[in-house]
Design a protein around this ligand. Structure first.
Ligand code: SAM
Length: 362
C-alpha cells in the first residue's frame, strides 16, 4: 500500500485562529450554518494496539510510523483546561474520550476524575476497543465515567481477529462488555463498522446476540476517514440495507431522536427486545445538525472528522494565555466553521488527504 498518510509536520502547521465576533450573551454560540457547539471529542493518544484494516492498517502504521513524541501530547491538566474553555463558550453537554485506544493512556482514570470534577453535569463517556476494559471498568466508573462505547465488528472469532489484524480474540471483548455492565457502565453501546464482504455477514448475528441484553448496537457505515484505508463506495453497506436485513429476521420500527443532532437513527425491536442504531455518515449525511468539535492528541481543534487542518490550541495554552483568551479563540474557531464534508462527498473528495481518525479521534 502507498503511504499517503499526512505527515505529522504538516498537521502541526496549524491554521491561524480566527478572531471571535461578539455574540449576544443570551444567544448560543453558532457557526456559519447556525449549528451550535454541544459535543467535544478528545483524542488522548494517537496509538492503538489494534491494526483494524479500515482504520490503522499495519502497512502504514508499522514499526517505522512516527507517532507523536511525548512532549507534543497534551497533558491531563491541559486537556481539562481546554475542555473547561469549551464549556465556557459552547454549552458542551457531552465529552467523549477516544483515540487511538484511550485505555492505553497511562492513568486514564485520573483524567476521567479530573474532567468529572471540572465539568459537573456533562455526560462523560469513552470509546474503546475493549482490550483493556475488563481490568479498567471499575476504576473508570469510580472516577466518574457515565457510559462507555465498545467497538465490536464481528462475533465470529476468525473474522474479528482478521479485522483487528493483531489476532485479538473476540471472547475477551465480550467479557469486557460484561465487566463494564457489572461495573455500572450499562447500557453499553456496541459499535460495529460494516464493510461489505468483510463482516457484513455478521449484521444479524450481532443483532441477535445483543437483543434483550439492554446494550445498544450501533451499525456504522464504513467511512472514507483519513487517507490510508483505501476506501471505495462499493465497500459501504448503506444503513437502509442494514435495517432491512435485521428487520427481515427481527421486525423493527423507527424511534424518534432523543435530542436534536442525535447522530444515530434509532430503531426498536417490535417485540420489545431493545433497540439498535444506524449511523449513515455516507448515505445520509448529518452535517446540517453536527454539533461536534474534536481535540487531537496534540491539542489542535478540528471542526470536522474529515478536516485537513486543525487550529493549534496547544501552543496557545502553553504560551501562558489567560482563560478568557483561550475561550475567545474557541469562539472564533466555531464562529467561522463551515464544514459539511459528508454532504459534498464524491469519489474525488474521498481520495483527498484528510487527517487520520486515530489522530483526531473517532
Ligand atoms: N480505539 C477505540 C475503538 O476502537 O473504539 C477508539 C478509537 S476508534 C478510531 C473509534 C471508532 O471509530 C471505532 O468504533 C471504529 O470502529 C470507528 N472507525 C474507525 N475507522 C472507521 C471508518 N473508516 N469508518 C467508520 N468507522 C470507523
Amino acid at each position: 500500500m502507498v503511504k499517503t498518510v499526512i505527515p505529522l509536520n504538516e498537521l502541526r502547521n496549524p491554521l491561524a485562529i480566527p478572531p471571535a465576533r461578539a455574540t449576544p450573551l443570551e444567544g448560543a454560540l453558532a457557526d456559519t450554518r447556525g449549528r451550535t457547539l454541544r459535543d467535544l471529542r478528545i483524542s488522548v493518544t494517537d496509538r492503538c494496539n489494534f491494526r483494524c484494516v479500515y482504520c490503522m492498517p499495519r502497512e502504514v502504521f508499522d514499526a517505522d510510523y512516527a507517532y507523536l513524541p511525548h512532549d507534543e501530547v497534551l497533558t491531563f491538566e491541559e486537556i481539562v483546561r481546554i475542555a473547561k474553555a469549551f464549556r465556557e463558550v459552547g454549552g458542551i453537554e457531552k465529552v467523549r474520550l477516544t483515540g487511538g485506544e484511550p485505555l492505553l493512556r497511562r492513568d486514564i482514570e485520573r483524567l476521567v476524575a479530573l474532567l468529572r470534577a471540572a465539568l459537573p453535569g456533562v455526560d462523560l463517556t469513552l470509546t474503546t476497543n475493549g482490550s483493556a476494559l475488563k481490568a479498567k471498568a471499575q476504576a473508570l466508573k469510580a472516577a466518574g465515567l457515565d457510559r462507555i462505547t465498545v467497538s465490536l465488528d464481528s462475533l465470529d472469532d476468525a473474522t474479528f481477529r482478521a479485522m483487528n489484524d493483531v489476532d485479538f480474540p473476540v471472547a475477551k471483548v465480550l467479557d469486557a462488555i460484561d465487566a463494564a455492565a457489572a461495573a455500572g457502565l450499562a447500557p453499553v453501546k456496541v459499535n460495529m463498522v460494516v464493510k461489505r464482504g468483510v463482516n457484513d455477514h455478521q449484521v444479524v448475528d450481532i443483532a441477535r446476540h445483543f437483543r434483550g441484553s439492554g446494550h445498544v448496537v450501533r451499525y456504522i457505515e464504513y467511512m472514507d476517514v483519513g487517507s490510508t484505508n483505501g476506501w471505495r463506495m462499493d465497500d459501504v453497506i448503506p444503513s437502509a440495507e442494514i435495517v432491512r436485513r435485521i428487520h427481515e429476521r427481527f421486525p423493527l420500527e423507527p424511534v424518534g431522536s432523543l435530542y436534536a443532532g442525535e447522530v444515530a437513527k434509532r430503531w426498536r425491536y417490535v417485540d420489545g427486545a431493545g433497540e439498535v442504531g444506524v449511523i449513515s455518515s455516507v448515505t445520509h449525511a448529518f452535517c446540517g445538525t453536527c454539533t461536534r468539535a474534536r481535540i487531537s492528541t496534540d491539542g489542535q481543534v478540528y471542526t470536522c472528522l474529515f478536516a485537513q487542518r486543525g487550529y493549534d490550541l496547544k501552543t496557545l495554552v502553553r504560551s501562558g494565555v489567560a482563560d478568557h483568551v483561550l475561550s475567545e479563540a474557541i469562539r472564533g474557531i466555531w464562529q467561522q466553521r463551515s464544514d459539511r464534508y459528508s454532504e459534498i462527498r464524491t469519489a474525488e473528495t474521498a481520495r483527498s488527504r484528510k487527517v487520520e481518525m486515530s489522530f483526531i479521534g473517532g
